[in-house]
Design a protein around this ligand. Structure first.
Ligand SMILES: Nc1nc2c(ncn2[C@@H]2O[C@H](COP(=O)(O)OP(=O)(O)OP(=O)(O)O)[C@@H](O)[C@H]2O)c(=O)[nH]1
Length: 591
């Protein structure tokens, strides 16, 4: 059996769609534990809440469970959302050991539900699905803060049936997303199946069950991840860089390994060289009973993982949210600095070659974005943390290819001078706070560009002949009709089919004459006599009609080539874009 002392508290993130109840759930988890009194006293961290195992066991109502669980409790990250999840990265993965995905059982899956699932799948993070707001099911009789099983039995048969129906809709959606899932109390093996817990975050029903499933997942999946060394050097992730009155820039940090002490030398990621500084103060939130103090923080001398703490130290401006923080000694300082730098460089991109520009608010979200665009084989010129600056705008505008003259911004602002510049430019700017929406928007943009180019090409190049029957120039009515025409676009040639604008073929060009001479073809601008077989003036065609030449697919290629050489620079450019879009290795073409 594992020595419990060597397992740290697992870190849990709450994810899900807007308004599905993430904040309410977190509040309830906190509130539930506070009410418990001594055994269940929660510890408030910076950016996180720790619920001790005793509080959870007490809620579950069976004290024998206490010896069964191997971790000291659960540490919930206070900021809900997948954004918090991706921000909190540790080297090579997500910092959160576990996650909760909240779904409003009445609304079902929404964009951010899908997004959360994709992120968790990618990071292979164990999670539980909360089917929230069961109290909204018509006729539901609420029982405060009870395990789900206890309240479920008290409902009428109709209500039970309705809940089952809705629950299995959620489970069905999970299957569609590639997750085998089942109501949590029917799951026999959490390694093979995802548990779905019906919950009301408002009344608290089902919350003990959620906590129990999380603890169960810990036992199944995380024993190795949670081994840590209490005496080792502190390793953590910057949750937020915050200005505090009287302290200047401070860092909210989640420590996931080792110990961090006042006076320690720490190395932190920034856009430039890593910051090296000495911890001036470690701050935790004050207990509620101590609000008489002026500051909302109290100082501590050290913290041990897992914990959330605020660090005050000189020179923290420019630290990056989502970047690593590591304790260094005099001996290993250089090594640690190099390590931190390489962690940042792993995510940042600056190739200077053709590709899109990506800006994101944290290192974690940047990493997620880069991953998504790379999956689609979209070339990236630059990927960086920070708002969209004037320099970014200029850089994007230097990319000639419209497909890549694109600025992607995740959770960032556009500086006013950049905005002015962008308004005048052809750079496409896509901003959002949903990663997958940015990828989708970009795909949509690429498609639009392709269609635009294709349309242009079709109109100006591929559809080679467009001509108008000149007034007073009908020389013969039919068999064949002979008319004088002006070529309005491209080329007309003998033996080509003549069609109306809607594509209906009405005849064939039998011959062309210019100054009494037979000619094989005539280019734009020319006025020639044309014999059309199959059409009769007064029936299918009349004076002033604009007609087109139909190009059979097999001729188009030859024609493209032939025409290319006689094109103006503008036309050539359009065609180049078209051909580039059509390239086989263009990942979007096949879609
Ligand atoms: N009836 C009922 N309402 C709930 C429940 N959970 C949340 N709500 C309500 O749903 C609304 C949204 O809840 P939040 O907790 O703010 O949702 P959220 O997911 O944190 O939303 P964002 O932070 O905006 O993403 C609030 O009005 C809550 O009171 C529940 O279990 N039952």
């Amino acid at each position: 059996m594992t020595d419990k002392k060597n397992l740290r508290t697992p870190i849990v993130c709450v994810m899900g769609h807007v308004d599905h109840g993430k904040t309410t759930l977190l509040d309830k988890i906190r509130g539930t534990a506070i009410v418990r009194g001594e055994a269940g006293a929660i510890t408030q961290h910076i950016g996180a809440t720790e619920v001790p195992i005793d509080a959870i066991v007490d809620k579950l109502g069976d004290p024998r469970l206490r010896d069964h669980f191997i971790v000291p409790g659960l540490l919930f990250i206070d900021t809900p959302g997948h954004h918090a999840f991706t921000t909190l990265r540790s080297r090579g993965g997500a910092l959160a050991d576990l996650a909760i995905v909240v779904v409003d059982i009445n609304e079902g899956f929404k964009p951010q539900t899908y997004e959360s699932l994709q992120i968790l799948k990618r990071f292979k993070t164990p999670f539980v699905v909360v089917a929230n707001k069961i109290d909204r099911i018509g006729g539901w009789v609420s029982q405060k803060d009870l395990p789900f099983a206890a309240t479920f039995k008290k409902q009428s048969y109709d209500v039970q049936a309705m809940l089952e129906t809705k629950l299995y809709e959620v489970i069905g959606e999970l299957y569609n997303q590639g997750f085998a899932a089942e109501r949590y109390d029917r799951v026999t093996n959490f390694q093979k199946m995802l548990g779905v817990v019906p919950v009301s975050a408002v009344t608290g029903e089902g919350i003990p069950d959620v906590l129990m499933v999380l603890l169960g997942l810990t036992q199944k999946f995380l024993e190795a991840n949670l081994q840590y060394s209490a005496k080792g050097p502190g390793v953590g992730t910057v949750l937020e860089v915050k200005e505090e009155k009287g302290l200047g820039a401070t860092l909210d940090v989640i420590l996931y390994d080792g110990t961090l002490k006042k006076g320690d030398t720490v190395v932190i990621g920034s856009l430039g060289e890593p910051i090296q500084t000495k911890v001036r103060a470690l701050l935790k939130p004050r207990e509620l009973s101590e609000i008489r103090y002026e500051s909302k923080f109290q100082q501590v001398n050290k913290v041990t993982a897992a914990a959330g703490v605020k660090i005050s130290a000189p020179g923290l401006e420019g630290a990056l949210a989502g970047s690593p923080i590591r304790v260094a000694t005099e001996e290993n300082l250089d090594e640690i600095v190099a390590q931190v730098k390489s962690e940042i460089d792993e995510v940042r991109i600056d190739t200077g070659s053709v590709g899109i520009l990506i800006k994101a608010d944290t290192l974690g979200s940047l990493e997620a974005l880069v991953h998504e665009f790379r999956k689609d084989e979209v070339p990236i010129r630059k990927a960086e943390v920070g708002d969209i600056s004037h320099r970014d705008a200029i850089e994007a505008s230097t990319v000639e290819d419209p497909l890549y003259s694109v600025l992607i911004g995740f959770n960032v602002k556009v500086h006013p001078d950049a905005r002015d510049f962008l308004q005048e430019s052809t750079v496409k700017v896509l901003t959002s706070d949903v990663i997958y929406r940015l990828v989708e928007d970009y795909q949509k943009y690429v498609k639009e560009q392709q269609e635009l180019a294709e349309k242009k090409i079709f109109e100006t190049i591929i559809r080679p002949g467009k001509f108008k029957i000149l007034p007073g120039c009908v020389f013969r009515q039919s068999k064949p009709a002979v008319v004088g025409v002006r070529v309005l676009g491209g080329v007309v040639r003998t033996n080509a089919d003549v069609m109306l604008e809607n594509g209906t073929v009405i005849g064939k060009i039998k011959g062309l004459q210019s100054d009494g001479e037979n000619i094989p073809s005539a280019r734009v601008g020319k006025e020639v006599a044309m014999a059309i077989d199959g059409a009769t003036v007064g029936r299918q065609i009349k004076e002033e009609d604009v007609l087109y030449i139909n190009v059979p697919e097999r001729h188009a290629k030859v024609l493209e080539h032939e025409i290319y050489n006689s094109l103006s620079t503008d036309e050539k450019e359009t065609l180049d874009i078209f051909l580039m879009l059509k390239r086989k290795d263009n990942p979007f073409w096949a879609k």
